[in-house]
Design a protein around this ligand. Sequence first.
Ligand code: ATP
Ligand code: MG
Length: 300
Amino acid sequence: MGEGGRPCDQVRVRVPATSANLGPGFDAFGLALTLYDELVVTPGGSGVTVHVSGCGADDVPLDESHLVVRSIRAGLEALGVQVPGFTLRCENRIPHGRGLGSSSAAIVGGLAAAYGLAGEPVDRERLLRMANELEGHPDNVAAAVYGGFTVAWLDGDDGKAVRLDPSDGLGAVAYVPANRVLTKEARGLLPSAVPHGDAAANAGKAALLVVALTQRPDLLLTATEDRLHQEFREPAMPESLALVHKLRGSGLAAIISGAGPTVLVVGGRERTCPAPPDGWERHDLRVDPVGVQVWSMEAG
Ligand SMILES: Nc1ncnc2c1ncn2[C@@H]1O[C@H](COP(=O)(O)OP(=O)(O)OP(=O)(O)O)[C@@H](O)[C@H]1O
Ligand SMILES: [Mg+2]
């Protein structure tokens, strides 16, 4: 249904890629990036028809198990709205399994589409809670919901976040390798305990990174130093760690994006970042300021 209970012709959604962790902000920090998945949902019939173009088109299922479809269904149920069938078209630009938040974009995009189908304005706080439940952690979904730079945490089981404005014109260059690494696999490499000194260093650098991202881009290189997760992931992505070391050695604030294997240079600029290694893609991006967006078209 559309606004005021009128049938809704079509819902369009645009949702950004996100980079979590950003070095020391493990499981908490997120940055929304100007690389987008777009969805078009047209209600009708009793089942689902799914069309996918772009990233993941050859891999994702085209039935009720599709992550966007599951998220639309979960959103409709939470909002108490009946939409038995719909056609979903996905134009995907966020690569899958590379640490750029494709699963979060699918979940946040699907839930936002449910708001559009229900004819309700998006309640971002609630959307984040629902997205966290589906994704299992709040860092990427927070940035996809709010845009900008987000600090997320769990309050009991509830995903919460604050959004901060990154400093003007903050850029990011993403180096994306051809191979995938599943989040589960990359997480499995982390130790269950770390030395107190490493934990203390990370806490200080995370606090500094908030300052660096919002006011002092000159501090980004030192503020993105991490001792909790990146190096442990090397066996799953040795080329990514080698690239991080090389870029950092030349003064660029390079980090592993999310669970990898993408390498992100925060504050990176086209002029200063080198060409990607053979077989890698490079995306010159900026910070997305607004997060997921929804447009509903009313019938008649
Ligand atoms: N747009 C999408 N449509 C349907 N399924 C998707 C979509 N995006 C992601 N998925 C599902 O999520 C999986 C990738 O999730 P995973 O969390 O491993 O990687 P990621 O989200 O790209 O990276 P990260 O979580 O490290 O940022 C895909 O293999 C696919 O099953
Ligand atoms: Mg994911």
